[in-house]
Design a protein around this ligand. Structure first.
Ligand SMILES: NC(=O)c1ccc[n+]([C@@H]2O[C@H](COP(=O)([O-])OP(=O)(O)OC[C@H]3O[C@@H](n4cnc5c(N)ncnc54)[C@H](OP(=O)(O)O)[C@@H]3O)[C@@H](O)[C@H]2O)c1
Length: 272
């Protein structure tokens, strides 16, 4: 397992995304992922699976201290009191005393960002989160958040895969010593059928999924692919023993397109 360091945090370079994993499938997948070697699990209060994620971690037998657990606060809960209540509710569902990373899931223009960020910093100082960060923040929002934060922000979690050029937000994160966590790192499967990705995969005797994940990893991102299949858990983990050439990386960058974004709900900010 490779790790990425960011503002004092040491974060596994690959994790299991758990959006849409529910009930026993979720518990079983988290347990199997940890047994297979994953050390980062990504959940959120909105995924309605924190209870099962907590159960899966305990069932795995992997020590809590070895697991890097992320959860996220939904934008309806960004006023300071609500944020504290939501954090405690997540911990209660997880049956954990702290998470490793607590994120603002999406920005909310109706709540002053300075208040939200200060409340988030307080959650860290109270011992509910070892590290804090944001998700779906644009460059402008990130700059504002960093300016008002009294504790280091360690990541911005954003959609990132070969079809979506995220160089602006990635550069902003780097300037502030933050890591970028790439969600939907396979564009929910859309990158996998691309002829170029298939060609590069064949050249390395790897799968298109491994090439897609390796591309983001090699660009410096932390990837959190989701799967409910044991064979794919192992497949997606197999990205640390091969490397794409400079020419292949350049060709993959060429897959970016203006309409490459797939996660763009009504609550989204005006993207960079
Ligand atoms: N912060 C945010 O706003 C936000 C937004 C979206 C997602 N996320 C996080 O990011 C995680 C990942 O993103 P995502 O779930 O949107 O998309 P993703 O990981 O890019 O794609 C998941 C899809 O790919 C399939 N898949 C996985 N491994 C595969 C493989 N080796 N070969 C072929 N297909 C494969 C899965 O199906 P099977 O299950 O059948 O394998 C699933 O349908 C989420 O689960 C969540 O934790 C965060």
């Amino acid at each position: 397992m490779d790790y990425v360091t960011a503002n004092g945090a040491t974060i596994p370079a690959i994790g299991l995304g758990t959006w849409e994993l529910r009930g026993r499938t979720c518990t079983r997948t988290v347990e199997q992922a940890l047994r297979a070697g994953y050390r980062l699990i990504d959940t959120a209060e909105i995924y309605e699976n924190e209870r099962e994620v907590g159960d899966g971690i305990r069932a795995s037998g992997v020590k809590r201290a070895e697991v890097f657990l992320t959860t996220k606060i939904w934008p309806d809960h960004l006023a300071p009191r609500e944020l504290e209540r939501a954090t405690k509710a997540s911990l209660a569902r997880l049956r954990m005393s702290e998470v490793d990373l607590l994120l603002i899931h999406w920005p909310n223009p109706r709540v002053a960002l300075a208040e939200t960020i200060e409340a988030l910093c307080k959650m860290k100082r109270a011992g509910f989160a070892r590290h804090i960060g944001v998700s779906n923040f644009t460059v402008a929002l990130l700059e504002e958040a960093v300016k008002v934060a009294s504790e280091p922000l360690v990541v911005d979690q954003v959609e990132w895969h070969a079809r979506l050029d995220q160089s602006k937000v990635v550069a902003a994160c780097r300037r502030h010593g933050m890591a970028v966590v790439a969600y939907s790192p396979m564009a929910r499967g859309a990158v996998l059928s691309d002829d170029l990705v298939k060609e590069i995969a064949a050249a390395h005797e790897r799968s298109p999924a491994q090439v897609s994940l390796r591309f983001v990893l090699q660009e410096g991102g932390i990837v959190i692919p989701r799967t409910a299949r044991l064979d794919r858990l192992t497949e997606n983990l197999g990205i640390f023993d091969f490397a794409l050439t400079d020419a292949e990386m350049a060709a993959m960058r060429g897959l970016a397109r203006p309409n490459g974004r797939i996660v763009d709900p009504g609550i989204a900010p005006k993207w960079d």
